[in-house]
Design a protein around this ligand. Structure first.
Ligand SMILES: [Zn+2]
Length: 52
C-alpha cells in the first residue's frame, strides 16, 4: 500500500493529530512529507525533522 501513502499525504499534524491551520512541512524519518502545526514546530525541530 506504499503508493497510496504517497498519493494521500496526511493532512493532520503528525505530532498532535489536529488539523493544522498553517502547517510547516517536514520530512520524517521515513522521508515522508509530513505537516506540523505552529505549536509543534519546536517538537519537530527536536526530532531533527528536515524542513522542506
Ligand atoms: Zn501539532
Amino acid at each position: 500500500m506504499g503508493f497510496l501513502r504517497k498519493l494521500f499525504q496526511p493532512k493532520k499534524c503528525v505530532v498532535c493529530g489536529k488539523k493544522p491551520t498553517n502547517p510547516t512541512y517536514y520530512y520524517n524519518d521515513n522521508d515522508e512529507k509530513v505537516p506540523v502545526c505552529d505549536k509543534c514546530v519546536t517538537y519537530a525541530e527536536r526530532r531533527a525533522y528536515r524542513k522542506i
